[in-house]
Design a protein around this ligand. Structure first.
Ligand code: PEP
Ligand code: MN
Length: 356
């Protein structure tokens, strides 16, 4: 299969630059007219470099709209001729999808969260993509597992594909409060630490699950040094066949982009940052010294408990410690959830020390 049009590109679609890469478009391709309306309204906005639309939709429950499949690829292919400067991307989940995308000269694809979680499928997709010239976006797996995400990306790289980006779309947790998918920012931050050359984008639409969260989540991502955003955008969100709560109109997208503060990532440190960083470094080493002292005391407590044949874990004592920490933390202006998680981590390590 020969590449043509955008696929004959010599340069990569995905790269890191001073300007964030913005990908926008509907959750699902619903008609050629719908795609054309989105393309018309974003093509002249040079901040937006790619159009997204789902063609095969992974639905949690059966019976819903599952995408127009090959019919939608024909629409994309027609529009791709009309808008040669605006590459389209769509989701693939099976090797047959990749073959069809190749036939219709789709320049880029994304691999969704329900697929990147599965190493067998990732292996099959990587083989199907090998030599295709298609650029690949790997969304994080639904589970908060940085190894699985890294492994999915490695499989694509091992198939000789070097035009790759990662997208952070949050993680599935039980009883989510606030977000549709918990952002757990430490996971994309760890991915960036491991793969600094890989462009990392954020999908505020699937993290937030509602229009009002798109702006703050996007700003958070840019503040955290993300390289771009993938935002769902529909000409008429309330009529959308999928994800209608989280899609915004092209004009709402423009206003969000107008208001985003793009931080400078140049490699210089303002002088007023230095003393504050020194203070942080000092506090960090004090924290470690205190933790080390605390663990030594835990080990001694463990020895005494063993001598008296006491169980290491005492639920009432742990409840008292936790309550006290949360109250103290609150008085010190610390977030309750943060104090709870920190205390659980310390307590877990403490128990491990006692049992040694
Ligand atoms: C999507 O982008 O429309 C989608 C289904 O994403 P995710 O795999 O992140 O849920
Ligand atoms: Mn969606």
């Amino acid at each position: 299969m020969h590449n043509k049009g955008i696929r004959a590109k010599m340069t990569k679609i995905f790269s890191i630059s001073n300007k964030p890469t913005i990908i926008a478009g509907p959750c699902s391709a619903e008609s050629e007219l719908q795609l054309q309306q989105v393309a018309d309204s974003i093509v002249s906005d040079h901040r937006i470099s790619m159009l997204r639309c789902g063609v095969w939709k992974p639905r949690t429950h059966p019976g819903g709209f599952e995408g127009y499949g090959e019919k939608a690829l024909k629409w994309i292919s027609n529009l791709q001729e009309k808008y040669p400067t605006l590459p389209f991307c769509c989701e693939v989940a099976r090797p047959e999808h990749v073959e069809l995308c190749q036939q219709y000269h789709i320049p880029a694809v994304w691999i969704g969260a329900r697929t990147s979680v599965n190493p067998f499928l990732m292996g099959e997709l990587a083989e199907a993509l090998r030599g295709s010239g298609i650029a690949v976006i790997v969304k994080n797996p639904i589970t908060p597992d940085v190894e699985l995400w890294t492994g999915a990306i490695e499989r694509i790289m091992q198939a000789g594909i070097d035009d790759i980006a990662a997208v952070h779309r949050g993680f599935t947790t039980y009883n989510n409060i606030g977000y549709r998918n918990n952002p757990l920012w430490q996971i994309p931050i760890e991915l960036k630490r491991r793969m600094p050359e890989l462009p990392l984008f954020c999908d505020p639409s699937h993290i937030g699950g509602q229009r009002g969260l798109i702006a703050p989540v996007s700003q958070m991502a840019l503040d955290l040094h993300f390289d771009g955003l993938m935002i769902e955008c529909h000409p008429n969100p309330s009529e959308a066949l999928t994800d209608s709560q989280q899609q915004i109109t092209p004009s709402e997208l423009t206003s969000i982009l107008d208001n985003l503060k793009i931080r400078s990532h140049e490699n210089y440190t303002p002088s007023d940052l230095l003393p504050l960083r020194q203070e942080l470094d000092m506090i960090d080493s004090q924290l470690l010294e205190l933790l080390s002292r605390r663990m030594k005391i835990s080990a001694s407590i463990g020895a005494i408990k063993r001598e008296h044949n006491m169980p290491f874990f005492q639920p009432e004592r742990w409840q008292q410690v936790l309550d006290k920490q949360i109250t103290n933390g609150r008085n010190l202006g610390l977030d309750e959830q943060f104090v709870k998680e920190l205390s659980e981590k310390i307590h877990g390590e403490s128990l491990r020390q006692q049992e040694q």
